[in-house]
Design a protein around this ligand. Structure first.
Ligand code: 3H9
Length: 699
């Protein structure tokens, strides 16, 4: 029974019970529809309460249903339920306890009253999966709370908590105590006061007159251009709300406009890609181990540089006390002052609640003494990339920590097994590769070493989830998933330069593809000097350096380190991050290209640039699957979306390749193989997928 019915005097209780999240699939919609109509007809019923019997009030439409056919039929049934609520002659009260998201919030809006428990929250997150609220959300929301709040909810998709919902008029009552009892008491109170049915659809509510909100719409469009470049559904959302205003007294006309745009979103590959990311994220987080995860009580972080500081912040944000170790007092203080500044910035921007910065700082204990780490049950080493140094730290941690405590390395490519061998607890060693800035970026690669136990891996996954990160499993292999793929991408970008395409054209093509920045802007941002110093330190001979490394080394020798000193592959005016071309760099590229024997030609077209830079990701991704370094193509997509800014609306590199058609991708890779040689040899896994006429497969 997905809808449970009971009566409390004249109050009919309809409890949705479709675990885990009351998604509005066919099996919940049909009985819900029947019971609403039955309650409307039943003379003994004075009011109806709509409740949830599971933790989530209602997660909205069942996203899995959208993918069932090539051209999904309009999901009329959810709209039909909302129509039935509109037609119901008894007041219907939504008792929102938990998340009322998407179609779930739209269901609540079609009710006459909304009561919310302290756990209740509302959101219209359809935009996150490339859709728009398609069950009158764009029509009822601005009528109830005005255009500005409605635009915000539809465009940012973020939840509005219980008190705020009451404050802006989204909910009528904040319930105290047990929600069902409190909801019944509220219904009785309404009946006692002679309250009647009250339909948002029956009038313009808070809708402005046409023209009055022009500035608000213009502001929304500016925000979209700034923050949601390349996405289709945000503009359609704005149009739907504009239509609500234009059709002011004609709810049905506005609804028809919403319907038309909703269906076009459903057919758009962007919604398929974003839904893929939604499910891939959850599949990745389920991880590779079903072992029981021990809850971490106290953390330790070794190193308080950019990464160490960010990782310590993650512990504190998750409410876990953490001790941070540095070699000297000065470095410690410098690192902590950055941490404090970042916390304060987070509080200012609303990412932390008021007082959150101070509370988080209170959870971070600085030290220069290994002995102070003795009580930690999970330590993360985050010093610079030097295997010998890391091994020494692992040995010192092994001496200090209690048996069973876990030691993780934040290395981005070094061998986890070598670090494990430096300890007497190889089972409790693994990699946890955070991405910079570690307090913001959501990806964490969890690297299982040869001897890491299932419990150790499970514990790292649970810790990452507690930190609100997206953990992805990877085997221990140089560069793991993300950086191994990045290497091919960067290599190809530099090849394009030497062949005659200017850096600004390469960057522009990849920005137009949807990346936040091109490879050379990225290199300047990270700092060209990091790699240069590492190569110098290791004494890597010039003829063993890649062509791109030769170029960045030559730039560094001329004092061009990147954005940090205003000169890198580009120039930067003081205080600006806008790249400007420099003829000196163009000359240097040409000179080096001649020296290395490149045949220079006309600049590559955008389409070729994209293929040359994206297909190494696909080919390496296929090889990673073949080698078992990654367990699923969808995991690779998550790594690239959450760690490298790959546009989520393209679904990640592997999904993108599938959408292009793997046979077409393979044909291009073969052509590049003929033109450029061995580095483009097609991965066996890709060849097999094409031969079998299938995709990369799911978990
Ligand atoms: C929509 O409503 C369109 C309408 O406007 C118009 C229609 C005409 N469908 O996240 P969790 C699964 S579009 C199907 O781990 P939590 C999820 O995959 C929809 N499945 O739980 C997972 O499965 P598994 C707009 C769904 O407690 C399991 O449920 N709504 C859906 O951390 C548990 O999920 C949204 O975009 C769904 N709608 O968080 C809301 N939702 O166990 C999307 C979840 O196999 N959902 N699943 O991995 C969420 O934001 C969170 O799931 C929620 C619960 C906050 C609700």
């Amino acid at each position: 029974m997905t809808v449970r019915i009971s009566d409390r005097g004249p109050v009919r209780l309809l409890e949705m019970h479709s675990p885990p999240v009351n998604a509005l699939g066919a099996k919940l919609r049909a009985p819900l529809m029947d019971e609403i109509q039955a309650a409307s007809r039943d003379d003994a019923v004075g009011a109806v309460l709509l409740l949830s019997g599971v933790k989530t009030w209602c997660a909205g439409a069942d996203i899995k249903e959208f993918g069932l056919s090539e051209l999904p039929a309009p999901d009329a049934s959810l709209n039909a339920i909302c129509d039935a609520l509109d037609a119901c002659r008894k007041p219907v009260i939504a008792v929102v306890d938990g998340a009322a998201y998407g179609g779930g919030m739209e269901l609540a809006l079609a009710c006459d009253y909304r009561a919310v428990s302290g756990r209740g929250r509302f959101a219209l997150p359809e935009v996150n999966i490339g859709l728009l609220p398609g069950a009158a959300g764009t029509q009822r929301t601005p009528r109830l709370i005005g255009v500005e709040h409605a635009l915000q909810m539809c465009l940012d998709g973020k939840p509005v908590g219980a008190s705020r919902a009451v404050e802006i008029g989204l909910a009528d009552r904040l319930l105290e105590g047990e929600p069902t009892e409190a909801g019944c008491a509220y219904a009785q109170e309404l009946l006692g006061a002679g309250a009647v049915a009250r339909k948002i659809s029956s009038g313009p509510g808070k809708l402005p007159r046409p023209g009055e909100a022009a500035e608000v719409f213009a502001g929304a469009r500016q925000m979209i251009a700034r923050k949601m470049r390349g996405r289709h559904s945000p503009e359609l959302i704005v149009q739907c709300i504009e239509q609500a205003v234009a059709c002011r007294d004609d709810f049905a006309a506005g609804l028809a406009e919403e319907r038309r745009r909703f269906v076009s979103c459903l057919k758009d590959p962007q919604s398929k890609a974003l839904s893929h990311v939604f499910f891939a994220e959850r599949a990745a987080a389920r991880g590779a181990s079903r072992a029981a995860a021990r809850a971490v009580k106290r953390g330790a972080v070794i190193g308080c540089g950019t990464m160490g500081g960010g990782i310590a912040m993650n512990f504190a944000i998750a409410g876990i006390p953490v001790t941070v170790l540095e070699t000297g007092q000065e470095a410690l203080e410098r690192g902590l002052s950055v941490v404090r500044r970042n916390f304060e910035r987070s509080e200012k921007s609303g990412r932390l609640p008021p007082g959150g910065a101070e509370r988080c700082m209170g959870l971070i204990m600085p030290t220069t003494d290994y002995g102070a780490l003795a009580r930690a049950d999970f330590a993360v080493e985050a010093v610079y990339e030097n295997l010998d140094l890391k091994k020494k730290i692992f040995a010192a941690l092994d001496e200090t920590l209690a048996p069973g405590a876990i030691i993780a390395s934040n290395t981005s490519y070094l061998d986890i097994d070598s670090m494990a061998e430096a300890t007497n607890r190889p089972g409790q060693v693994l990699g946890m590769h955070f991405f910079s800035p570690a307090n913001i970026m959501r990806l964490v690669e969890v690297i299982e070493g040869r001897r890491s136990t299932p419990e150790t891996v499970a514990c790292a996954f649970a810790l990452a989830s507690r930190m609100k990160k997206v953990p992805v499993w990877s085997a221990n292999s140089n560069g793991f998933i993300g950086n191994r793929m990045l290497a091919g991408y960067m290599y190809e970008a530099f090849e394009l330069l030497f062949e005659g395409t200017p850096p600004e054209s390469v960057d522009a093509a990849l920005r137009d593809f949807g990346l936040p920045m091109g490879p050379f802007q990225l290199a300047d941002l990270v700092g060209l000097d990091l790699g240069w110093r590492a190569r110098e330190l290791a004494g890597k001979p010039a003829d063993e350096r890649k062509p791109g490394e030769r170029l960045t080394d030559a730039l560094c020798e001329r004092g061009r380190f990147g954005q940090k000193n205003g000169h890198g592959i580009y120039n930067y005016s003081p205080g600006s991050r806008i790249p400007e071309s420099d003829p000196e760099v163009a000359g240097l590229i040409e000179e080096l290209a001649r020296e290395l024997g490149y045949r220079r030609g006309p600049p590559a077209k955008a389409d070729e640039i994209v293929k040359r830079c994206m297909y190494p990701l696909v080919n390496t991704g296929s090889a990673l699957l073949e080698e078992g370094v990654a367990r699923a193509a969808s995991d690779i997509d998550i790594v690239y979306v959450y760690g490298y800014g790959f546009p989520a609306w393209r679904g990640g590199p592997m999904h993108y390749a599938e959408q292009q058609g793997l046979d077409a991708v393979l044909a291009d890779i073969r052509e590049f193989h003929d033109r450029f040689g061995a580095r483009w040899a097609p991965a066996q896994r890709l060849v097999e997928a094409v031969a079998a006429g299938r995709g990369f497969g799911s978990r």
